[in-house]
Design a binder for this molecule. Structure first.
Ligand code: DAT
Length: 173
């Protein structure tokens, strides 16, 4: 039994996963599990993709590395995919969404290579991550939230924080 819930914050690169996860971790005491950082630090990859300027992730190794931590509960998992995580590990999946013009500006500011920028914009427009979340987890635990502005982010924080409180009340012995 987990004493605190595990939450995935997912969505296309640039939607605000890391920003949300960091603030939420600070506010709630849950731990920010930055998959990006873990892939780099623990070398959970099969090399570097030059065209996409990103690591080719070894998902089995990644799951092995985070398993003990996640099974304890209280993790905010920050990653642009969610279908690799076992259903039994996860209590809530938050899919962040952004308008394409806003996403374009954010990815441009990151100097993404054109091919990666276009692919991510297409992915956001086609709702790829939302579909992935709905196919991988029970519909009741998948929540879609918009992240275009700091006001929206603030309201997302309040919602997720309230959800965590409720989860803890429901799961108290
Ligand atoms: P991700 O982790 O999904 O790649 P991020 O948290 O690094 O995204 O955010 C990308 C950039 O956008 C960063 O400069 C912070 C900004 N940002 C994120 N969410 C925002 C929001 N709701 N309102 C305004 N700016 C936001």
């Amino acid at each position: 039994m987990r004493s605190a819930p595990n939450i995935i914050i997912t969505g296309t690169p640039g939607v605000g996963k890391t920003t949300h996860s960091e603030i939420l971790a600070e506010r709630t005491g849950l731990r920010h599990v930055s998959v990006n950082q873990i892939v780099k630090d623990k070398e959970c990859h099969e090399g570097w993709d030059d065209e996409y300027q990103s690591w080719i992730v070894d998902e089995d190794k990644l799951l092995d590395v985070i398993e003990d931590d996640v099974k304890e509960g209280g993790c905010i998992i920050d990653w642009h995919a969610c279908d690799l995580f076992p259903r039994s590990w996860i209590d809530l999946v938050v899919v962040l969404r952004v308008d394409s013009t806003t996403l374009y500006d954010r990815l441009k500011a990151r100097n993404y290579p054109e091919i990666k920028l276009q692919e991510n914009l297409d992915s956001e427009i086609m709702e790829v991550l939302l579909q992935e979340a709905r196919e991988s987890f029970d519909e009741e635990i998948v929540v879609e939230l918009t992240s275009n502005s700091s006001e929206e982010m603030e309201s997302n924080m309040d919602r997720i924080e309230a959800w965590i409180k409720q989860w803890k009340t429901d799961h108290a012995d």
